[in-house]
Design a protein around this ligand. Structure first.
Ligand SMILES: [Zn+2]
Ligand SMILES: [Zn+2]
Length: 417
């Protein structure tokens, strides 16, 4: 939350709007599967208090609760419990969905240094771009981060989600109907797998899935890179079969080779035989990758292939937040509810729309009216079909959704009239 920087009048205004949203029947909030077995939790707008261990039998109960108490953020457990309202150790864990969180916070982009900044909570050291895990000056773990739901950054989270969904469907064989994709309401996407096959998986099993998605410990890259192993197996150590990660590497390497420029080869660490590779692209792609004959082109040996394969692996793996997936008690934002940092909704959309989904249109919750705000600073941004900003110390009249976003991001205050 923007916290202290939000003047109380602005906060009251946004809280009022959130309340209206939850009292409007046409704002549909879908019930999660097995609603009676979920723990619900929410952060109250006015009190800034987290309410946990709630359970409800019906979605209508939850709706009246939201209309009365006005939460800034609503979550439910990815887990199913016998007694969701009991203390953590007495809930009776029955299973959990397999959930993935892909957030721009974890993906470096070319623009994050322009719109994101962080300040160490302890020593005040600050910087721009992705917030570090620990403070470079004092080692502190807590930061005050100012981020922005930038269209390009949200787009890079979407690209990671496309890779994740492809792995879940093709490599794990999950059916499209069991894989649910959501815009988180802020800077990323959530993927929920609701399938009997995953319900009982423990944290260790989920970690295995995370490692696979990340391509961690991929044996072809680790074993073959050790010189001793290479010596034992001889020069023909490199080979790839046609399923799972092997297939992903193959297709990725083929694409890489066929499109490679001098610069691309150098960037993956290939310094020798650059010209030979560039001149024989087609042959190399065909003979090596299609026909699995990994020798015969002069000067292109196992080490070269490993360099390309490692690069392709980094490119093809999906950059998920690993902690979320392994936590079998995780609370995850509830579909259809508002995000307290933006005023956007978390929204589900069909998996086949992933490439064309426009969160800055589909997730807009407040579609009516305008509000006069005094903006301290804001980058240029889009909501729906309209562009706004950049602003610096100025008063503007904005559509409600844009005004709420700026207030929640601590960049504007509502002007009293
Ligand atoms: Zn520090
Ligand atoms: Zn950005």
């Amino acid at each position: 939350m923007a916290g202290k920087s939000v003047a109380s009048f602005s906060q009251e205004f946004v809280c009022e709007k959130f309340g209206e949203f939850y009292r409007t029947p046409s704002n549909v909030i879908p019930a999660p599967a097995a609603i009676g077995q979920r723990e619900f939790a929410f952060l109250l707008f006015r009190e800034r208090a987290m309410i946990r261990h709630r359970s409800v039998a019906k979605i209508s109960h939850l709706r009246s609760l939201f209309a009365e108490s006005v939460p800034s953020d609503v979550y439910h457990s990815c887990a199913y419990y016998e007694t969701p309202e009991a203390d953590m150790d007495k809930k009776g864990w029955l299973g959990a969905d397999l959930v993935f969180d892909i957030d721009a916070d974890h993906i470096p982009t070319s623009c994050d240094k322009i719109h994101d900044e962080w300040t160490c909570s302890k020593c005040g050291f600050d910087g721009k771009g992705v917030t570090p895990e620990t403070c470079p000056a004092c080692g502190e773990l807590k930061f005050d981060a100012k981020t922005w739901p930038c269209e390009r950054c949200v787009g890079s989270a979407r690209d990671e989600t496309v890779k994740l969904v492809d792995i879940l469907e093709k490599d794990f064989g999950f059916a499209g109907k069991d894989v649910h994709v959501f815009f988180s309401g802020h800077r990323g996407y959530h993927v929920h797998v609701e399938d009997e096959a995953v319900k009982q998986l423990d944290a260790m099993a989920r970690k295995e899935i995370v490692d696979y998605v990340y391509g961690l410990g991929l044996s072809i890259l680790d074993a073959a890179s050790e010189k001793t192993a290479a010596k034992e197996r001889g020069p023909h150590v490199f080979s790839l079969h046609d399923y799972g990660w092997n297939k992903r590497l193959k297709l990725g390497m083929q694409k890489f080779i066929l499109n490679a420029t001098r610069e691309d080869l150098r960037s993956v660490g290939i310094k020798q035989n650059v010209e030979a590779i560039l001149q024989n692209k087609e042959t190399i792609a065909k003979r090596y990758i299609e026909e699995n004959r990994w020798t015969n082109v002069k000067g292109v040996g196992t080490e070269t292939w490993l360099k390309i394969a490692r690069h392709v692996k980094d490119h093809e793996s999906a950059k998920i937040d690993t902690v979320v997936t392994t936590d079998i008690h995780r609370l995850i934002r509830m579909n259809g509810t508002l995000h307290g940092k933006t005023g956007f909704k978390k929204v589900e959309f069909p998996i086949q729309n992933l490439a064309n989904f426009d969160p800055l249109r589909e997730a807009v919750a407040f579609k009516e009216g305008t509000v006069k705000v005094s903006v301290s600073s804001a980058p240029e941004f889009r909501i729906g079909e309209s562009m706004f900003g950049p602003y610096k110390n100025q008063k503007v009249e904005l559509p409600t959704a844009a005004a709420i976003l700026l207030v929640l991001k601590g960049r504007a205050e509502v002007v009293k009239e």
